[in-house]
Design a protein around this ligand. Structure first.
Ligand SMILES: *[C@@H]1O[C@H](CO)[C@@H](O)[C@H](O)[C@H]1NC(C)=O
Ligand SMILES: *[C@@H]1O[C@H](CO)[C@@H](O)[C@H](O)[C@H]1NC(C)=O
Length: 183
């Protein structure tokens, strides 16, 4: 809350007067270690990798849309055959969720004046879908969503994750019904 207030105060100051500040881009520690060839040893030391297992770095590319400088949108696929979803690439959280086709609320379908019809996940149409009994519930600054967890094949930027756990939401906040997002 304090962070939000400080940010609001900053925004108020910034809109009143242009302040310039020099920033510097530096490589992440991870990027440095990869370049130096020490990353695998580091992961082993942290018990995150086995000895002698080859280190494979996957690469791919992903176009994204800047939505009014508020968030970035990108496409992913879930399921077999793949179903496409345009989701918020949220750098502030590590949770993936999409809307359950069984959700009947207007928010889950997208409000007509949002000019966006949501893509909902048809779990029955995916041969690799596995439901879990565990429930999930997330509270964001803008709204909440809840449902249950599941695993399925995820496609993103040309890469594939065979068994990705994610949330299947059967209830989402009204605000998401006005945004061009599926999750
Ligand atoms: C996602 O795919 C749809 C349909 O192919 C396309 O219209 C949309 O622009 C794509 N969005 C992004 C962020 O790439
Ligand atoms: C939806 O489309 C209408 C007609 O083009 C436009 O007036 C309105 O601003 C659009 N709404 C959004 C949220 O983009």
């Amino acid at each position: 809350m304090r962070t939000v207030l400080v940010l609001l105060a900053l925004v108020a100051v910034l809109t009143a007067k242009v302040i310039r500040m020099e920033t510097k881009k530096t490589e992440s520690l991870r990027a440095k270690m990869i370049k130096q060839g020490t990353y695998h040893d580091f992961l082993q030391k942290m018990h995150l990798a086995r000895a002698n297992s080859p280190m494979v770095f996957a690469t791919g590319s992903q176009p994204f849309i800047d939505y009014y400088d508020d968030f970035y949108l990108g496409n992913i696929t879930l399921g077999t055959p793949p179903q496409t979803f345009m989701i918020v690439l949220d750098t502030g959280s590590s949770n993936l969720w999409v809307i359950d086709a069984a959700c009947k609320s207007q928010a889950c379908h997208g409000y007509p004046d949002s000019n966006y019809t949501k893509h909902q996940f048809n779990t029955a149409a995916s041969s690799t879908y596995v439901a879990e009994t565990k429930k999930f519930s997330i509270e964001y600054g803008s709204g909440s969503c809840k449902g249950h967890l599941a695993t399925d094949v995820l496609g993103f930027g040309g890469l594939t994750v065979q068994k990705q756990e994610f949330g299947v939401a059967n209830s989402i906040a009204e605000v998401f019904g006005y945004q061009p997002v599926d999750g």
